[in-house]
Design a protein around this ligand. Structure first.
Ligand SMILES: *Cc1c(COP(=O)(O)O)cnc(C)c1O
Length: 296
C-alpha cells in the first residue's frame, strides 16, 4: 500500500452557482482509490496494516453497523493481503448487499445485540484474547494510525486552499486532515460536517488524537436527522448534484458534506475568489442502502 499506487485526482467543478459567486470548488477524488477499500477507509487502514505486519498479526477483528463502509473495506483488504477478518455487527442478524460482499471476501460475521456491542474491548477480550494473530480495530477504524493515513491527503495537494471540508463520523479523518494541513496547507481553515446528531463531540475526538491542533470548524446543522437519516431535500440535492457533475455522492456521508458546502456558498459564507476543497471520502455503497429513496 504505497501512496504512489493510488489514483486520487483533484477535479474542479463547473456549476453556474460557482461562477456567480466567484468560488473555485475542487474535489479530491479519494472515492476513486478503490471500489470497496474506498476513500478514507483505505487511508485509515494503511498504517493499521503496517502495525499488524510489525506485530506479526494477520487477523483483523473489527466492529460496525450493518452498512459499515469500514467493515467492507476491512473485508476486501484482508482478502487482498491474505489476512483473516472477523466483524462484530451491531444488532440482530440481517442480510444486505454490503454484508453479502463482506462474506464473499471471506470475512466471518458475528451479530451482536446492542447491549453487549457497547463494550467492544470486552467482546474482543472474550473471544480473541488468546489469539496472538488477532488485532483489535475499533469501530470505523478510529485510531492514531487511521488519522496518520489521512494526513497524507494534504501532502498530495498541489494548490493552496482557503477552506477544506470533509464529512465526519468518528472524527479520525478530520483529525488527520487538520494535522496534515499544519505542514502542507498552512493557510487553510479546516471544516468538518458531522453526519450524526449532536456532532459537537467530534472536536473532542480530534483533540484526543492530536492535542496540538488549534482549530477545526464544525457545521452541526447538516445531519438531516442523524446517522443514516435523510430528508427529501437531501435526496433532491443528491439527484441534482450527481446529474450535473457525474460525481456520485450518497445520503449517509458525502451527500451531507456536499449539501453543506453548496448551502454555505449560497448563503455567502465564502469570499469571492476563495478556493474550497471537499475531500470525497468515498463510501458509495451507502447508496445501496437508500436506493429506494431515489425512485420516482
Ligand atoms: C467512514 C466514513 C466517513 C467518516 O470518517 P471518520 O474518520 O469516522 O470521521 C466519512 N465519509 C465516508 C464516505 C465514510 O465511509
Amino acid at each position: 500500500m504505497q501512496t504512489s499506487d493510488i489514483y486520487s485526482p483533484v477535479h474542479t467543478l463547473s456549476l453556474p452557482l460557482l461562477t456567480n459567486k466567484g468560488i473555485q470548488l475542487d474535489v479530491k477524488r479519494d472515492d476513486l482509490i478503490h471500489p470497496f477499500v474506498s476513500g478514507n477507509k483505505w487511508r485509515k487502514l494503511k498504517y493499521i496494516v503496517q502495525k499488524a505486519n510489525r506485530e506479526n498479526r494477520n487477523h483483523f477483528v473489527t466492529f460496525g453497523g450493518a452498512w459499515s463502509n469500514h467493515i467492507l473495506a476491512t473485508a476486501c483488504l484482508s482478502a487482498q493481503i491474505g489476512y483473516k477478518s472477523t466483524a462484530y455487527i451491531r444488532g440482530e442478524k440481517v442480510q444486505n448487499p454490503v454484508l453479502q460482499l463482506c462474506e464473499t471476501f471471506g470475512m466471518t460475521l458475528k451479530y451482536t445485540d446492542r447491549e453487549s456491542y457497547r463494550d467492544k474491548k470486552n467482546i474482543y477480550n472474550e473471544f480473541h484474547m488468546n489469539d496472538p494473530q488477532a488485532l483489535f480495530i475499533d469501530e470505523g477504524g478510529y485510531s492514531h494510525e487511521a488519522a496518520q493515513g489521512c494526513e497524507e491527503i494534504m501532502m498530495e495537494l498541489d494548490q493552496h486552499y482557503d477552506h477544506i471540508f470533509c464529512a465526519c463520523g468518528t472524527g479520525a479523518t478530520l483529525a488527520g486532515i487538520a494535522k496534515g494541513a499544519e505542514s502542507y496547507q498552512p493557510e487553510a481553515l479546516i471544516h468538518g460536517v458531522p453526519v450524526l446528531k449532536n456532532g459537537a463531540f467530534i472536536s473532542d475526538s480530534v483533540f484526543q488524537l492530536y492535542p496540538s491542533i488549534k482549530e477545526v470548524t464544525l457545521h452541526l446543522q447538516y445531519h438531516f436527522g442523524g446517522y443514516g437519516k435523510t430528508k427529501p431535500e437531501l435526496i433532491d440535492f443528491i439527484k441534482n448534484f450527481c446529474s450535473k457533475t457525474g460525481i456520485l455522492v450518497e445520503p449517509v456521508y458525502t451527500g451531507k458534506v456536499f449539501f453543506a458546502v453548496m448551502d454555505l456558498i449560497n448563503k455567502g459564507y465564502f469570499k469571492r475568489g476563495d478556493k474550497v476543497l471537499i475531500i470525497h471520502t468515498g463510501g458509495l455503497t451507502g447508496f445501496l442502502g437508500k436506493y429506494k429513496l431515489f425512485a420516482g
